[in-house]
Write a protein that binds this ligand. Sequence first.
Ligand code: ZN
Length: 129
Amino acid sequence: MVGAPQALLPYIHERGEMMDKRLRDVIDAIDYYELLRMKKDLESGGHHLKQFLGEEIKKRQMMHQVLCSVCGTDIDPYSTSTSTLMFGPDDFKKKATFCGKDCLEYFIKNMEGMKKASSPKTQIDSSQV
Ligand SMILES: [Zn+2]
C-alpha cells in the first residue's frame, strides 16, 4: 500500500510543518532588502529580531480579546462573569477568554481531551479583565 500522494503531504503533516508553511508565506511577503537586514541581524545573534518578536508577542498577549473562545459571543469588558485562561509553556503562552463559567468549563474539558505529553502550566486570571 502506498501512502498519501506527494502533493497532499504538506497538508497532513504535524502542526510544526504547517507553521513552517505559514512562515514561508510571511517570508515571501518581506521585501528583499528587509530580508538582507534580517539575515545580517541573525548572523550577529538576532538581537533586533528577538526584541521585535518579544515586543510583538507581549503586545498581542496584552490585547483585549473581544470574543468568547468557545461560543464566539462578544465579551462585555465590564461583566464580572467573564474569565481569561492562560496556558502553555512560558515561551508559547496562549490566552483564551470566556463569556461565562459554562464556556470556561467546556473549554477545560476539551483541553483535557487533547492534552499532550507535557502537562500545561495553567493560570487563571481574575474575572475583572
Ligand atoms: Zn461563551
